[in-house]
Each structure stands twice: as structure tokens, then as C-alpha cells.
Design a protein around this ligand. Structure first.
Ligand SMILES: Nc1ncnc2c1ncn2[C@@H]1O[C@H](COP(=O)(O)OP(=O)(O)OP(=O)(O)O)[C@@H](O)[C@H]1O
Ligand SMILES: [Mg+2]
Length: 392
């Protein structure tokens, strides 16, 4: 065997990896307007004033996380230069969805930032909250708490309490909370009490258009790929295929990376349009497999029932017979059988996720309408993935 890498195309794969975010605002193309808005919002810090709360919305892969991290870093450097006491917390609520987890992170990050020795704290949210407040009072600086993917945060009193620290007499100053989300319904979906004192300035980040995505990809290709291995045709294809059509830079960059890897693996010295098509299929397959293997058990049983019926009935089934099959599978795997109504609700979700198609067909006047289910997925491999998920 020979593990020595032969890389006729790729110069630096790291540049194309998901975690490789631009480090300065100059590298973050086509976000000048939004960066300007943030500079304006956070300029208060330089005058030693706590900025007001902020909520940033934008579609998936529109550069929100990259932008807030760059802004936070540049703001920290400015504050240091001017001897301004500033602490910026960054917490991703997808990893820390509970109030307790977020408070523990705040305390841990604060201790680290100010080189404070950690103390033992009783395991209650209230103890953690008051411990954190005591700490920030002692150091008396400006606090900015960034809660990325804030829509993943479980309902709690955290936003309410943080927004009222000064009003409730816990501190002499407010703290600034920045929420980031790709769920535009975030505020509608929360209990109004939770957000009653939050009152943020809102910033909306538009999705990238095709020309902007092409610029981003060219910039990446120049750094990651060797000269004369790519052309504008393949780059344009990566920027315009289905996966990137919502202006999602993450998907477009991932498509370019997979294309380059496929071209190399198949012994080419430059990317071809066919490599883009193969890469796209590979990525779509990977995304669907991950989605299928991570469905909760009830949804797995429901989808498996549809797939079993379609397998033995000419690639189609009805909601009614699929429900009967689902009830049998629940018995076989020892799970509770949900109602017919819940079953139909979940099937509608599957349709939105593109896992099945539901067509209403008439069975003649007397017998009414029935829902006919079909799928564009490979039935056999879907059954394999779902069965493995249930049995693992
Ligand atoms: N303007 C840009 N220039 C270069 N790379 C970019 C740009 N915008 C986004 N990216 C890259 O695309 C990927 C997605 O960006 P980011 O994570 O900031 O998106 P997001 O809006 O936070 O998405 P999500 O809603 O899924 O959290 C990252 O790898 C990021 O580095
Ligand atoms: Mg993000």
C-alpha cells in the first residue's frame, strides 16, 4: 500500500472545510452592509456604553456565525487597545440548549477570561445565575452574551432575567444579549413573557445571490486549489446547483470540496462538470442517510411502514394501509401505537422534508378520496437504514 498523497488538484483542503471560517472582515465577501450595521451597533462599547440587545436573522449558510465571530474578535482588540473592560461570551444553544448549561458556560468562560479560580457552586440554575451576576458585578465591565442558534434554547427565564439585571437591582449596568437564528418565527414561537424585556435591535442578513456565491467560491478555489485545475464553468455550477440555490455558502463550499475530491480520486488533473454532478448526488445521499438514521423511533416506525408497503405493492401505498402496517411494526418492536391522526400529521412532515409524496386520488363518488403515498428515495436502501436504526 502507498498512503503518500497524490494531490494534482488540491493545494490546501483545510480552506474548504466547514470549520474554516474567514478570520477578518476583509475575507468575508459581500457582507459589508451587515458588518457596517454591526460596527455601528457595537460602537457604543468604545465609549464605554453597553450596547442594546440584538437579534440577527438570516437563512442557513448566510454567514451569520462567521460575521458575529469576526465582529466579536475585532471589537475585543479595539477594546483592549483602549483599556476598556469588555467580556464577550459566545454560546451555541444547539450544543447548550438548557438554561443550566448556558449559565455553566457563562461562569466557566467568565472565570477563564478573567483568570479566576473556579469555585464549587450548588447545582441549581438560580445559584449559577447569582454566582455569575456576583462575578460580573465585581469586575464591573461591559458584558456581551452571544447566543447563536437561539431558537434551539429551551424555554426558560434566562432572557427575561438577563434583560432585567439592572432593573431588578442585581447590577448597576445592563448586559447586552445578541441572539442569532435562521428561524424567522423565533419571536412568535416563544412565550411573550420570556421576551418581554428583551427588546432587541433586529438585523436581517439576506441570502447570497448567485454572483456573490461565485465570488465566494472563486476566493476559496484560489486558496485551496492548484492553478489551472478549475474554471469558471465548474465554479458557476457549484454556485447554482440545487443545494446552493437558497444562497447557502456552506452547501456551495461543500459541493466544491467534494467535487475536487472526486476529481482527484478518479485520477483527473482538473475539475469537470460531471464531477460536480457526482458530488451533488453523493452529498444528497449523505444528508438523507443522516436524516433517516437520526429520526426518533416513532417516526422511524411510521416511515418504515410506508416503505414496507411500497416495497411489496408496486412502489405505492395508501395512508390507511400504511397505518395498519405501522401498528403491526409497533407490536413487533414493542412500541406504543400512536393514533391515526398523529400518523397523518407525521406523514405531512415527511412530505415537507421530501421523504415521501402524498397525492389525493378519487375512488369514485361513493368511496371518496384516498391519500396515495410514493417516494423518490431508494425503497430498499431506506428500509435497510431504518431497520438498522431501530435495531442498533
Ligand atoms: N462571505 C463569505 N465568505 C467566505 N466564506 C463564507 C462567507 N459566508 C459564509 N461563509 C462560509 O460558509 C459557511 C457557513 O457560514 P456560517 O456558518 O457563518 O452561516 P450561518 O448563517 O451561521 O448558518 P446557520 O444558519 O446554518 O448557522 C462557513 O464555513 C463560512 O465560513
Ligand atoms: Mg450559524
Amino acid at each position: 500500500m502507498n498512503f503518500e498523497q497524490k494531490n494534482p488538484i488540491i493545494k490546501n483542503i483545510e480552506i474548504l472545510k466547514t470549520g474554516n471560517a474567514p478570520e477578518s472582515s476583509n475575507d468575508l465577501l459581500h457582507r459589508e452592509n451587515e458588518i457596517n450595521k454591526m460596527e455601528y451597533h457595537f460602537s457604543h462599547v468604545i465609549q464605554n456604553i453597553v450596547p442594546s440587545n440584538m437579534l440577527m436573522f438570516g437563512e442557513i449558510g448566510s454567514g451569520k456565525t462567521a460575521m458575529i465571530k469576526i465582529t466579536a474578535n475585532e471589537l475585543k482588540k479595539e477594546a483592549e487597545k483602549r483599556n476598556i473592560n469588555l467580556t464577550i461570551h459566545y454560546i451555541n444553544c444547539n450544543s447548550e440548549p438548557t438554561e443550566m448549561g448556558i449559565l455553566q458556560q457563562l461562569v466557566a468562560q467568565y472565570n477563564m477570561h478573567h483568570s479566576i479560580k473556579p469555585q464549587k457552586i450548588a447545582n441549581s440554575t438560580s445559584q449559577y445565575f447569582h454566582h455569575y451576576i456576583k462575578k460580573i458585578n465585581e469586575t464591573n465591565g461591559i458584558i456581551i452574551i452571544i447566543l447563536d442558534e437561539i431558537d434551539k434554547m429551551k424555554p426558560s427565564n434566562l432572557l427575561y432575567n438577563l434583560s432585567r439585571v439592572k432593573e431588578n437591582g442585581f447590577t448597576d449596568f445592563n448586559v447586552c444579549v445578541v441572539g442569532i437564528s435562521n428561524n424567522f418565527l423565533f419571536e412568535k414561537e416563544r412565550d411573550p413573557r420570556e421576551l418581554s424585556s428583551f427588546r432587541p435591535t433586529r438585523i436581517t442578513v439576506p441570502p447570497y445571490n448567485t454572483e456573490q456565491l461565485i465570488d465566494i467560491l472563486i476566493n476559496k478555489a484560489e486558496k485551496a486549489l492548484k492553478p489551472n485545475t478549475w474554471d469558471i464553468g465548474t465554479i458557476t455550477m457549484c454556485a447554482t446547483r440545487l443545494s446552493a440555490c437558497k444562497g447557502d455558502a456552506r452547501s456551495a463550499i461543500e459541493l466544491l470540496k467534494t467535487t475536487a475530491e472526486i476529481a482527484e480520486k478518479t485520477g483527473k488533473t482538473a475539475l469537470t462538470e460531471n464531477d460536480v454532478l457526482i458530488a451533488e448526488k453523493e452529498l444528497q445521499h449523505g444528508t438523507i442517510s443522516t436524516l433517516l438514521s437520526n429520526l426518533p423511533p416513532q417516526k422511524t416506525l411510521m416511515l418504515l411502514a410506508c416503505m414496507h408497503n411500497m416495497y411489496s405493492n408496486d412502489e405505492t401505498t395508501t395512508t390507511k394501509t400504511a397505518y395498519q402496517q405501522y401498528a403491526k411494526l409497533c407490536d413487533a418492536y414493542g412500541h406504543e401505537t400512536y393514533t391515526d391522526r398523529s400518523f397523518r400529521t407525521v406523514l405531512n412532515e415527511f412530505e415537507i422534508e421530501g421523504l415521501i409524496n402524498i397525492n389525493k386520488t378519487s375512488r369514485g363518488r361513493a368511496r371518496g378520496i384516498q391519500n396515495q403515498i410514493s417516494t423518490e428515495l431508494s425503497i430498499e436502501s431506506t428500509i435497510d437504514i431504518l431497520t438498522n436504526a431501530l435495531e442498533s
